[in-house]
Design a protein around this ligand. Structure first.
Ligand SMILES: [Zn+2]
Length: 113
């Protein structure tokens, strides 16, 4: 039986999964195995405040969040589905609602080694 991988770990131990992602500025919110054997990783930007594009004030009030599928990365023998939790902010000064800037696929275009 060579198929004894971490896949068979019980769901209660899923926090032990470690996916090495080279994504500076992001933190991993959640990661879990999916039924097809792929790993789903949800990441979020670490910044707590974003500059309002309209009035340029710093905003910390999160309006809502939504998941966006970013890309699939091969991680060792497994396929990783990278999901970015995008936050939308509401500016308290001008009431503008805007999505935080996308930095995952920005100039730091690094994925995994
Ligand atoms: Zn504003």
């Amino acid at each position: 039986m060579q198929d004894q991988h971490i896949i068979e770990t019980e769901p209660t131990q899923r926090e032990g999964i470690f996916v090495p992602l080279d994504l500076p500025g992001f933190q991993i919110c959640q990661q879990f195995w999916q039924e097809d054997g792929t790993i789903c990783v949800t990441i979020m930007a670490q910044t707590a405040q974003v500059c309002c594009p309209r009035c340029l004030r710093l905003c910390t009030k999160i309006h809502d969040r939504r998941l966006r599928k970013k890309r699939d990365l091969p991680c060792q023998a497994h396929q990783v589905h990278l999901m970015l939790l995008k936050r939308r902010f509401r500016c308290e000064a001008c009431q503008a609602v805007f999505t935080e800037p996308d930095t995952v696929c920005g100039r730091r275009r690094r994925t995994t080694r």
